[in-house]
Design a protein around this ligand. Structure first.
Ligand code: SF4
Length: 475
């Protein structure tokens, strides 16, 4: 929808609930995680004897009918939503992946990106492995299946974790249990909740709320958590010297009603807005958010600055994945369909416009122009994140460095390009201050270039299937 933003890779969900309609619970869970991926959706269910799978391109509501859900029987289910790009979509990369291996069936749903995914893939190919998709998620399931020959499943997962580098939050489904696994740095979120008679794991706590589960805790970075009708069992926790939770989950991706690793997303965004106002507060009349992700930060900005909060831009929430992109001539009309200024709110006003982040800057220019056309006297662009200067290799599509406006232009140049009267990015120090002593547990590599896990060989653009880069490696 908002084309000038980083794109989230995936959302995952798992449920173990004997006697309950697990397919329907997974369906609702995925519905709550739809913001994390709109390209494809899938659910795999197990009944103690076999795994049944349904996955397709499309939104959760498009992929699953009443009839489809009825076919997914059992007491265990895992689910996955995958994000959409503007390019072609590929059913081959939809998840969960399900294979026959060793003594039974194994399903996997993955969120994240391995920073050594391509090396591992080559290693597996040279030893005779075959792949049906171009995702690094298949590298993970391949490794686990092979290692399962020598080890029990938790042991095989642990061995796989010793080889895999980078970001992965995973739910694995066997015929009679689920394993929830998070990489040792905890890049991508994963939490666990309790149902009246069962357990749920999900990328975000909003999905626990959606199915009536009570939040218990986050899956610990490096933890292998077994979920079965007997309850929860931690097999091992692989530790590293520090954690690296993706700060962009808080800035933009996650839902404001989710709590990730101890921080409520909405509250964090509000505090980022307050911090932004402490750093830069031009003489202005009103604070206007770029909806929806800028709303909480704009409220924080208004609180700290004393300026009035105004909903000066309206978002059309029904412009979705299937929106036909307008021709060149109608391009501005296309933006207007998604966002429209409230003339009565902004005319004659000096506006502080609060947005969460900017990738290429193209949409920002149009929004500034839109506000001016609606009569705004001044437009000051305020961003509740620092400039994005480096690509992400841990499962977020921030585009390549060359297309990142902040990697190519200085702040005054960007301000001029946007046509704004002023531009301020939240400082990296200001961003970290919001998290207090927990700031050391964050990944901020797209702002600093300090990658917590060395980026060796992700396989970006190397699978040779002529597909857009983002579709080839993210999971
Ligand atoms: Fe998140 Fe940026 Fe780190 Fe990627 S590089 S995991 S987007 S903070």
């Amino acid at each position: 929808m908002h084309t000038d933003k980083p794109r989230e890779a995936c959302g995952i969900f798992g449920v173990c609930a004997p006697g309950a309609d697990v397919a329907r619970l997974a369906y609702y869970g995925l519905y709550a995680l739809q913001h994390r991926g709109q390209e494809s959706a899938g659910i795999a269910a197990a009944d103690g004897r076999q795994i049944v799978l349904h996955r397709e391109m499309g939104l959760v509501a498009e992929v699953f009918s009443e009839e489809r859900l009825t076919e997914l029987t059992g007491y265990l289910a895992i689910g996955h939503v995958r994000y959409s790009t503007t390019g072609a979509s590929h059913p081959v990369n939809a998840q969960p992946l399900v294979f026959y291996c060793g003594e039974g069936m194994l399903g996997l749903a993955h969120n994240g990106n391995l920073s050594n995914g391509y090396s591992l893939r080559r290693e597996l190919l040279s030893s005779g492995a075959v792949f049906q998709s171009t995702t690094d998620s298949e590298v993970l399931i391949n490794l686990i299946a092979r290692l399962n020959g020598e080890h029990n499943l938790p042991g095989a997962i642990r061995q796989c974790m010793a080889k895999a580098e980078g970001a992965y939050a995973v739910v694995l489904l066997t015929e009679d249990r689920i394993y929830a696994v998070r990489d040792p740095y905890g890049f991508r979120p994963l939490c666990v909740g309790r149902l009246t008679s069962g357990w749920v794991v999900a990328s975000e706590s909003c999905a626990l709320d959606a199915v009536g589960a009570k939040f218990i805790r986050d899956v610990a970075p490096g933890e292998i958590l077994e979920v079965s009708p007997e309850g929860l069992r931690t097999h091992s926790v692989v530790t590293v010297e520090h954690r690296a939770h993706c700060v962009f989950e808080y800035i933009y991706f996650a839902r404001p009603d989710s709590t990730l690793d101890g921080f409520n997303v909405g509250r964090v965004r509000r505090e980022m807005g307050r911090q932004l106002a402490r750093e830069y507060c031009p003489a202005a009349d009103i604070v206007v958010p770029v909806p929806d992700s800028g709303i909480a930060a704009a409220r924080g900005f208004a609180e700290a600055s004393g300026l009035r909060f105004e909903e000066g831009l309206m978002k059309n929430r029904y412009v979705g994945r299937t929106f036909i992109q307008p021709s060149q001539r109608l391009r501005d009309a296309g933006v207007r369909l998604k966002l429209n200024p409230v003339r009565e709110a902004v005319a004659g006003k000096r506006v502080v416009l609060v947005d969460d982040s900017v990738v290429r800057g193209t949409t920002s220019c149009k929004i500034v122009r839109m506000l001016r056309d609606a009569g705004a006297r001044k437009v000051y662009y305020c961003l509740s994140s620092p400039p994005i200067v480096r690509s992400c290799y841990y499962g977020i599509d921030t585009t390549n460095d060359k297309e990142l406006i902040a990697a190519q232009k200085s702040v005054p140049e960007i301000c001029q390009y946007m046509g704004a009267d002023g531009l301020h990015y939240l400082s990296i120090e200001g961003l970290l201050r919001v998290f207090g002593e927990k700031a050391q547990d964050l990944c901020v590599a797209c702002f600093t270039g300090n990658y917590p896990v060395p980026v060796k060989d992700t396989g970006v653009g190397k699978f040779g299937l002529g597909r857009p880069r983002a579709l080839e490696v993210v999971g």
